[in-house]
Design a protein around this ligand. Structure first.
Ligand code: 48F
Length: 263
């Protein structure tokens, strides 16, 4: 027999818990925009170091381009040197012909679970509308809205969230970069045609701080540097996330107990 409960209690518990988290998210050390593979890896790596990290994802489900596998066939391939990261997130893989093959569904789910368990504040249905500049004109946060408002074209004013660093992990859309590009602050070369070998290396090499306060990971790097796109091979995304986290750590001041407690 299921216990007795009240519908109002259910609503109250959701509102209380969600809005307490939302208030925490207003000021953080790192905002990762886009919850694809590179963004989730950067986020959980930083959170595991005790950093206060917020991921904002415009869709209902984080995981980005992983879910669809290759042409809807739900498998993706990774380079062998990412086996350690797959083990870290608890994702099973098979070795074949010198590569690692995973279920795209299991891979996405493992990454999401790892991020949540590491203490990342995950805000889905949050769509980036603009960047926020701090007093030195460095990127110091984001301006976001509800994804549904953006889709329906309703005019609702957005909210501002502050952070010490922003990571653009929005993949092919390169949304944060485009906020700067449309104002002529930076220029994007646009990704080149498919070449997995060059594309994977280009994404890792291209993971950088490209403007004060803004680090880029994943396919946003290809949009910025003009390196090739690639198909459903994902090792570069994971390594880019790791590099993005390392660059962020180098920029941030040493971790204090408060940054962990604040979460
Ligand atoms: O595209 P995505 O998976 O980014 P990634 O980490 O990985 C790329 C690969 O998936 C794949 C590939 C590898 O072979 O080429 O494409 O570079 O994830 C980007 C995430 O950003 C979200 C989007 O929904 C996706 O989950 N996103 C895009 N625009 C916004 C956004 C926005 N305006 N606000 C918030 N999230």
């Amino acid at each position: 027999m299921i216990g007795s409960f009240s519908d109002l209690d259910v609503s109250r518990l959701i509102v209380r818990d969600y809005f307490a988290t939302l208030e925490q998210a207003l000021e953080s050390e790192v905002i990762v925009v886009g919850g694809g593979p590179s963004g989730l890896v950067a986020a959980y790596t930083l959170a595991e170091q005790g950093r206060k990290v917020v991921v904002m994802e415009k869709r209902m489900t984080p995981g980005g381009g992983i879910w669809g596998g290759g042409k809807g066939f739900n498998r993706v391939v990774l380079e062998r040197n990412t086996a350690e990261i797959l083990a870290e997130i608890g994702c099973q893989y098979a070795e074949a012909d010198g590569y690692l093959v995973v279920s795209s569904v299991g891979f996405a789910a493992s990454l999401i679970k790892k991020a949540v368990d590491s203490g990342v504040i995950l805000l889905n249905l949050f769509a980036l509308e603009d960047v926020y500049f701090d007093e030195k004109r460095a990127v110091g946060g984001v301006v976001v809205n509800d994804s549904a408002y953006k889709q329906t074209g309703l005019h609702v004013d957005p909210l501002t969230f502050r952070s010490k660093l922003v990571i653009d992990s929005t993949g092919h859309e390169a949304v944060v970069l485009n906020c700067l590009a449309r104002r002529g602050i930076i220029a994007l070369k646009g990704e080149d045609t498919m070449n997995a070998q060059l594309g994977e290396q280009g994404v890792v090499d291209g993971t950088r701080e490209v403007y004060p306060g803004l680090i880029i990971t994943g396919m946003a790097c290809a949009q910025f540097h003009g390196t090739p796109r690639m198909g459903p091979i994902f090792g570069g995304m994971l390594l880019s996330g790791k590099k993005g986290a390392r660059l962020a750590t180098e920029k941030l001041s040493p971790c204090t107990p408060t940054s962990t407690q604040a979460r």
